[in-house]
Ligand binder design. Structure first.
Ligand code: AMP
Length: 197
């Protein structure tokens, strides 16, 4: 039987959360493609939402074109709304969105969040709150392309200042201005880490 993870080998994986849209500023797509290329260059496997649309598709095509194994994780009901990359090397179909997120988080050795919409924010908060509760200690890096995540920083500061989260919890992720900066954080952080499964 086809094993969807066979090609991933023992490479470490970077799970990228990002928009299924392109956004209005070309800088978002440029950053997405750069992130994919860097993942390939550094010898990581990409884990992503499986779709070919928006920034998700841009990251995945760039990673694949650079020679990285890519693992797409797509819920059954989104197959038509977010069609998979035709050449995705590995596609894992989950019964629902919750299991998709769960699978992405368990397969990722590190998380990169690029610009995105409500789904991306949901995924970011899921991975951050699970770190807050000690479920994992994996690196989380938000790429602040063109200042996209400035309002998120403000919102998190507000939550801390108002006494609803500890500063340490809001500091469980790093913010990098560019994909290159994100990779400079992730590479050393993953150097001694175990491979997730
Ligand atoms: P968006 O940032 O809204 O473009 O969504 C990015 C990705 O997150 C898309 O593949 C969405 O299908 C996915 N998504 C949206 N809502 C959820 C959710 N509640 N759980 C998991 N993934 C989601």
């Amino acid at each position: 039987m086809h094993n969807p993870l066979a090609n991933a080998g023992k490479r470490k994986t970077i799970c990228v959360f990002c928009g299924s849209s392109m956004g209005h500023d070309e800088a978002y797509a440029v950053a997405a493609r750069r992130m994919g290329a860097l993942i390939a260059e550094a010898g990581f496997t990409l884990v992503f939402g499986g779709g070919s649309l928006g920034l998700m598709g841009e990251v995945a095509r760039a990673a694949r074109d650079g020679g990285a194994p890519i693992i797409g994780i797509l819920p059954e009901f989104l197959r038509h709304l977010e069609p998979p990359l035709k050449t995705a090397e590995e596609l894992i179909i989950t019964p629902d969105l919750y299991l998709r997120k769960d699978r992405m988080i368990s397969l990722g050795d590190a998380f990169v969040i690029l610009a995105g919409g409500l789904g991306t924010l949901d995924e970011f908060f899921e991975v951050l709150t699970s770190a807050q509760l000690g479920v994992h200690k994996k690196p989380i890096v938000v790429v602040n392309t063109a200042g996209f995540y400035e309002p998120l920083k403000t919102a998190l500061d507000h939550v801390v200042v108002q006494g609803f989260a500890r500063r340490e919890s809001a500091n469980l992720f790093e913010i990098a201005p560019t994909p290159d900066d994100a990779m400079r954080i992730i590479r050393p952080a993953l150097a001694g880490a175990q491979v997730s499964s």
